[in-house]
Design a protein. Structure first.
Length: 142
């Protein structure tokens, strides 16, 4: 069984400033502004793998819709897409790129109107500020 650390996003870091990276996931128009600690010292403008991690304020299961991250430019606030992996307290959502989302601890933070979160279900997460970027171990060669 896979773990949440295996769900990496491919893309390029386009800029670094004030402890944040601007991450452009491959095959998207997104420019995600993500927290990064320790400060990013990796390549700029080169294809890399990274893990994007968020903590959810509220999570919903929804009946239909596609995968997206909102806003397109800036820190992610809403993450929606199909659940790729589910384990205690975490769900990996395919929303332009895989994002590992920590579920709210309080039951009122989870609305399962469309059934429990399971692989393949559509999940909408409202992210708390501070979505994080973690550089992967493997650099992708062009």
């Amino acid at each position: 069984m896979s773990s949440s650390t295996e769900w990496s996003a491919r893309g390029k870091v386009t800029a670094v400033s004030n402890g944040k990276v601007h991450f452009a996931p491959s095959n998207t128009n997104y420019d995600l502004h993500l927290e990064c600690s320790p400060p990013y010292a990796g390549p700029i403008g080169e294809l890399i793998t990274a893990t994007v991690r968020a903590k959810a304020k509220k999570v919903y299961t929804v009946p239909s819709g596609g995968g997206f991250i909102s806003p397109i430019f800036g820190p992610p606030r809403t993450i929606q897409g199909r659940a790729l992996h589910v384990q205690d307290g975490l769900v990996v959502i395919r929303a332009g790129c895989p994002i590992v989302v920590e579920l709210p601890k309080d039951e009122s933070g989870v609305d399962l109107e469309e059934g429990p979160i399971s692989v393949g279900s559509i999940v909408n997460a409202v992210a708390l500020p501070g979505v994080r970027f973690e550089l992967g171990n493997v650099k992708i060669v062009k």
